[in-house]
Design a protein around this ligand. Structure first.
Ligand code: ZN
Length: 596
């Protein structure tokens, strides 16, 4: 049985010390590290941070190690006798996907720090989590959903895992964190906040309990967990999350957390609740119900599937909907978030170049490697996937006269494929078997075509009207009628601050900027000989009328250029949804207690 030990050994140098004792090795024993972490579909080559590998046998004789490729090593001449491998791991990645260590906190995913013993991946293993050996801030404790074997009051000690896959699916936070706890449907949940904050833990416990209870009941099967940990790194800015089988690692900005005495919710807090709801829904959808090609995961190279629209799009649909149905936000707040989602999809002309099935398949090289042209070239299987989920939900409700909904399809896919994984064409097949209406046209449109989904007509049947307009700035996320300015001229580009002017970040294909040859990286310094910058340029350009010819002076690298643009009204790519008929909306939103 492989036994691991990990120590936050050098917080100043950001180094974890790892020791791995291998029993009953092959004479030439290979060890390998994942190239990617499940849930984040990009080759990250975590092995580049491993340092100073050394292997010794029980007589303390050094064994020769050969490196076979970027992530595989071979210990030679073991003669079948147990040996210990030791190495350092450089950990200075603040994201939820890798490992981090400084004086304030230690965090790691096993996929960044624990080499797998080739041929013993299916065996049980143990990991000893050691306290820091250097001075750190406060009293460090351990938070993790790993199964405890022998640990002290602070959580340091030995944990047990059924196999390597389990070892790397329980991230570990070690710091002087704030801690909360609640029960939902008999499951113990912990909340761990590391970093400086003044969050109202009681409020978090109360809201997350409602959301977790809602999701457990949604699936209509016994909860597949007995213990769950929400671990959040609190930072000045940033957001992100990664799902695991019994926990989630999250990042949020300090301002997104609820302050003591806060009434209602803020934009930031709605984002945070949506993120928690999203990752918790994954406990079922992607951590247990998976694409068949992920069973088991092949972690040394890309693993292709067209199904990420189901695992991320469906989850993205039910995240905010779960927050609404749990009673944490109002119907109006939910519709504002939904209109922001619709805005994000329609702002990108890339949706006409890629279907969500293609987006999913190419996640490794396109969605996860987005450049300045991404909004012109690709569509997100998260956002358009969520709109397809909405479309399916409303179509099923309409065509079955309210007898069935997407909820029934999601639960049927779980029943059919939780054990053997979803085959690539599996979703339409299950739908044809359990949903009492034909959905083949809906799947053809939503999955494989690049046409827009006819959501406005459907939403109208559920008491919600859709309005599209030009935003007063492309920085506007959408969602509010007051942000829509009909007939407003727009360059159709996004800008960022630059010492000399407005630096072009993104040019939308078909826009005024595109037609005039303005490109990403250009720094626009003047419109009609008047100085401009990123804060003013949208407002300045909006003063022109259709057909006006405008002199644009810009720097491309160090060369001054003159372009002439012809003003046009911006595209209607910003959406606001309005609740017109609460009773009709209730047939879809399914509010437990209609909000006033
Ligand atoms: Zn997700």
């Amino acid at each position: 049985m492989p036994s691991y030990s990990i120590t936050p050994a050098d917080p100043s140098g950001h180094l974890f010390r790892v020791e791995l004792r291998v029993e009953n090795p092959a004479d030439e024993q290979q060890l390998w590290l994942p190239a990617w972490i499940p849930g984040s579909y990009m080759i990250r080559d975590f092995a580049r941070h491993l340092l100073s590998l050394r292997a010794t046998n029980d007589n303390n004789s050094e064994l020769q190690i050969d490196q076979l490729d970027k992530q595989t090593w071979q210990v030679n001449g073991t003669q079948g006798r147990n040996f210990t491998l030791s190495y350092d791991v450089y950990a200075w990645d603040l994201s939820v996907r890798a490992a981090y260590l400084d004086q304030a906190r230690a965090f790691y995913n096993g996929s960044s720090v624990f080499l797998a013993v080739k041929g013993q991946e299916d065996q049980p293993c143990s990991v000893r989590i050691q306290p820091p050996t250097a001075s750190v801030d406060g009293r460090w404790r351990v938070a993790t959903s790993l199964t405890q074997q022998t640990v002290d009051a602070d959580g340091f000690g030995v944990y047990h895992c059924g196999d390597y896959d389990e070892l790397i699916d329980h991230p570990v936070e070690i710091s002087d964190f704030a801690h909360g706890e609640f029960m939902a449907e008999g499951v113990r949940h912990e909340i761990v906040l590391s970093g400086r904050h003044r969050a109202d833990m009681a409020r978090l416990e109360q809201d997350l309990a409602k959301i977790c209870q809602h999701h457990i009941r949604f699936w209509q099967v016994p909860a597949p967990i007995s213990h769950y940990v929400f671990m959040t790194a609190v930072l000045g800015s940033g957001a992100g999350g990664l799902e695991h089988r019994a926990s989630t690692a999250l990042m949020t900005s300090r301002d997104s957390l609820p302050m003591p005495g806060m009434q209602g919710t803020t934009d930031g807090y709605r984002d945070y609740l949506g993120l928690c709801s999203h990752e918790y829904f994954h406990t079922w959808n992607v951590k247990r119900l998976k694409p068949r090609v992920f069973m088991p995961y092949q972690l040394v190279e890309e693993s292709y599937t067209e199904l990420l629209w189901w695992f991320e799009g469906i989850t993205s649909y039910y995240d905010d909907l779960g927050v609404l149905r749990a009673g944490c936000i109002s119907a109006e707040e939910y519709l504002e978030r939904l209109s922001q989602l619709m805005t994000r999809v329609v702002r990108g002309p890339g949706r006409f170049r890629q279907s969500i099935a293609e987006s999913s398949f190419n996640a490794w090289t396109k969605f996860y490697k987005q450049d300045e042209n991404a909004s012109n070239a690709i569509v997100s299987y998260y956002t358009k996937g969520a709109l397809f989920a909405l479309y399916l939900d409303l179509i099923i409700r309409t065509r079955t006269e309210g007898k069935q909904s997407l909820d029934d399809l999601v639960r049927a896919v779980w029943q059919r494929h939780a054990d053997d994984g979803v085959p690539e064409q599996g979703i339409p097949t299950v739908a044809a078997e359990v949903i009492q209406c034909d959905l083949s046209d809906a799947f053809a449109l939503g999955l494989y075509s690049t046409d827009d989904l006819p959501l406005a007509d459907l939403l109208a049947q559920f008491g919600v009207s859709v309005t599209w307009g030009t935003p007063d700035s492309l920085k506007r996320a959408g969602g509010q009628l007051s942000h829509l300015k009909p007939g407003r001229c727009s360059l159709g580009a996004q800008f960022e601050a630059h010492p000399q002017g407005a630096r072009v970040r993104v040019v939308i294909n078909g826009s005024v900027a595109h037609k005039a040859g303005i490109s990403t990286g250009d720094v626009i310094i003047a419109l009609d000989q008047i100085q401009t910058d990123a804060a003013r340029i949208d407002e300045q350009f909006a003063q022109y009328s259709i057909g006006d010819r405008v002199d644009v002076h810009l720097f491309r690298r160090d060369e001054l250029r003159h372009h002439v643009v012809t003003a046009e009204v911006g595209a209607d790519t910003t959406c606001a949804l309005t609740l017109q008929d609460r009773a009709a909306a209730q047939r879809w939103l399914d509010l437990a207690t209609p909000t006033a």
